[in-house]
Write a protein that binds this ligand. Structure first.
Ligand SMILES: Nc1ncnc2c1ncn2[C@@H]1O[C@H](COP(=O)(O)OP(=O)(O)OP(=O)(O)O)[C@@H](O)[C@H]1O
Length: 346
């Protein structure tokens, strides 16, 4: 699960993590979604390409009915993890990836996995409905072709040649291919790239419906607002390691940083210096108004201590607001922090 170089992680883990770790240590079964057997199980899975360690000791389990977002900066190892999951590549010796208790190849052959990958063009010279029909023919538990076309929003362009589609339409065809049958696990690599707002909403509505039927949906994305809205679990990969695993709220809490803003009647250089020195303050911006007052926006790793100290220094803040970070800022805070730790360790 969450692994950090140098032993203990530098900040508290989400409750879910602790629960899973203690469940694993005690051999107990997990509660809620985890009461059933895992759909996906990575155990110490690593993958190196020559000298590049793209994935390092990934251990994580995904359960039926979970919608899981896989986040990470470019090169974090997301596509590599999905390749291992789909049996397109094997993990390095010592690690394993199991789907529904068997090999990825077995699960794929049995039609238990539907995948929508970034790469690879669509077959040329065929029409949309022909390609989707072929995918349905090949699926051991196929849906009706018209149903698949409709749920991917392709009915109106079913007669169009697949090499005459826009980027967003191509994505919808890939989505149709991934949902041609009743797969238990749906794997999506940056699925909504190029889709317009309407297509995205329809896409996620149909993914929610799949998860509600007990399917596991795993998607890699760079759109953090999608992860925030859609996923009930977020995995953050960074330099091949699992940096965080929890709900979007857990991830925001892990970042531990809050934004504080208020107005002051005074705003000189001495005020700014005093505010910068308060406990917990990591960033500060003071904009001065014409009246001599100013607006303060700061970030703090300990909002309670910062606010107490503001009053303790004799300031009278007006319009005080304390807010948490969005998932995007929390993600950046976590990954930058991990980069900083790696630089210190080096
Ligand atoms: N076939 C390959 N040969 C050599 N190195 C590779 C290969 N595929 C990936 N890598 C390297 O492995 C690391 C992880 O790459 P991967 O594509 O899994 O990351 P990612 O998180 O999917 O990135 P992105 O968000 O840019 O798609 C990167 O350093 C990448 O350069």
């Amino acid at each position: 699960m969450q692994r950090f170089t140098g032993g203990r992680p530098p900040y508290p883990q989400p409750d879910r993590q602790a629960a899973e770790d203690s469940a694993r240590q005690s051999g107990a079964t997990r509660t809620t979604a985890s009461a059933s057997a895992p759909a996906v199980e990575f155990t110490d899975a690593s993958k190196s390409y020559g000298p590049v360690r793209a994935l390092a000791d990934l251990s994580v389990r995904l359960y039926p009915g979970e919608t899981v977002a896989l986040l990470g900066p470019n090169g974090a190892g997301k596509s590599t993890a999905l390749d291992l999951l789909l049996g397109l590549r094997n993990p390095d010796p010592g690690g394993s990836v199991r789907l529904f208790g068997g090999t990825p190849r077995k699960a794929v052959t049995e039609g238990r996995v539907g995948a929508m990958l970034q790469s690879g063009g669509l077959m040329e010279g065929v029409r949309v409905h022909e390609l989707v029909a072929l995918a349905c023919d090949l699926h051991p538990r196929a849906y009706d072709v018209d149903r698949v076309l409709a749920s991917a929003g392709l009915t109106e362009i079913a007669d169009r040649a697949v090499d005459r589609l826009s980027g967003g339409q191509e994505q919808r065809v890939r989505f149709a291919l991934a949902t041609a049958g009743a797969s238990d696990l749906i794997v999506l690599d940056e699925p909504t790239t190029g889709m317009d707002v309407g297509s995205r909403q329809a896409f996620w509505a149909s993914m929610r419906a799949e998860a509600a039927r007990g399917r596991t949906v795993l998607f890699a994305t760079h759109y953090l607002e999608e992860a925030d809205e859609i996923a009930d679990r977020v995995l953050v990969l960074h330099r091949g390691r699992l940096l965080a695993d929890g709900s979007a709220a857990d991830i925001k809490a892990l970042a531990g940083v809050r934004r504080i803003s208020f107005a002051l009647d005074q705003a000189g250089g001495a005020v700014e210096e005093t505010l910068r020195g308060l406990p917990g303050v990591t960033e500060l911006e003071l904009s001065r108004g014409a009246s001599g007052g100013g607006t303060v926006r700061l970030r703090s790793s300990d909002a309670d201590a910062t606010v107490h100290a503001v009053y303790g220094q004799g300031f009278y803040p007006r319009g005080l607001e304390v807010t948490g970070l969005g998932l995007e800022q929390a993600f950046l805070t976590l990954t930058h922090r991990a980069d900083g730790e790696q630089a210190v360790a080096a």
